[in-house]
Design a protein around this ligand. Sequence first.
Ligand code: DOR
Length: 426
Amino acid sequence: MSLKLVKGGHLIDPQNSLNGKYDILIDRGKIVKIDSSISPPPGAEVINAENCFITPSFTDIHVHFRDPGQTYKEDIFTGSLSAVAGGYTTVVCMPNTLPAVDEPSLVRYIIEKGEEAGLCRVLPAAAVTKERKGKELTEMSLLKEAGAVYFTDDGAPVIDTHVMRKAMEYAGSIGSFVADHCEDLSLSADGVAHEGEIAAALGLPPLPPEAEDTMIARDCVLSMHTGMPVHICHLSTKVGVEIVAWAKAMGAKVSAEVTPHHLYLTDEEWLDFDCKAKVSPPLREHEDIEALRWALASGIIDIVATDHAPHAQQEKMAEHQHCPPGMIGLQFALPIVLELVRKDYFDMNRLVEVMSINPAKKIGLIPPQLKEGETAEFTVFDPSESWEVNEEAIKSKSKNTPLLGRKLIGKVKYTFFEGKIVYRDR
Ligand code: DOR
């Protein structure tokens, strides 16, 4: 149907100073009219958005879709399904696949698979070093030409400081950037859970926050001296927040992301000894969560990124040393960030900034907008609908999340991408 009328939603788009109830008329995929009340033209499909918010759709710059090599955990189609069910229309896939995305043909492979899936924009990040081994830089300009939107060895840090410096200089000189998984492996060693009372009480191998903090500090210092950008992946500590704040105040081109799970869950998730709580960096303490929330509110942290990391059930049932770290996140980000709005950490405009505008800009895209003349690319969600996280509700191939069985508030009802409805809640 070429005409659609989305009626009665509360539109929020800080890019167009929109914050209020409006109808949206869409003709052949384009927003042709935004007005306080539009009567349905003949033949139009009317979509009821009463009690819903409508925002530009979300961009997640950090997901693991496991293709090539581990499609039993996720593939680009199931990952895309999960993305649009979470209100996302752009995702960036991490290169820690098998093989690692370290050459242009693999970058093109992911883009093509994403286009075949056709649900959202699937873009690849490429590895910083060949095979993610931390030694030899990849051919960054060829990878960028092929479509890589940034560079990271995520899942692992770039340990060698000289290699990291060269990588930042090179990526920066071609208008891109390096994103680092900040972890000093000599400090994290065989650690499994955040070093604190819970790990001590349960006898779990501790992973100290210094493992993350020292690498964040190193990367900030390198960025300051080289003048090149660096992006801190999945920032999880209160000290890390302070370091990023300091680097930003010094004028360094540092940006940072935080995951929904680090904003919401603590190391108490380990209390039932379930490895669904295992993630890298580890779940931290209440004080860290509080610092992350305020940092997201104040702009020290720029972006919410899910680090959606699917793993098969049998893998997550392994003993804690052998179980892979990671949890899925694409469908939980919105309800978790909405919870922070309800608790008054920040307002809906900030939600749109950290989930849509900032992440899109970070990878050089023009963020979607609620504006006449634009292609319809927005998310309609009910901020008060409660739903249970269960296997049926999860669109991802993997179900690894400590949230299983819990209730979340806030549900995506429709996701529009390239003028079409790519997700409808039933
Ligand atoms: O918990 C994590 N899982 N953190 C990472 O950095 C990598 C990811 C994965 O690939 O499973």
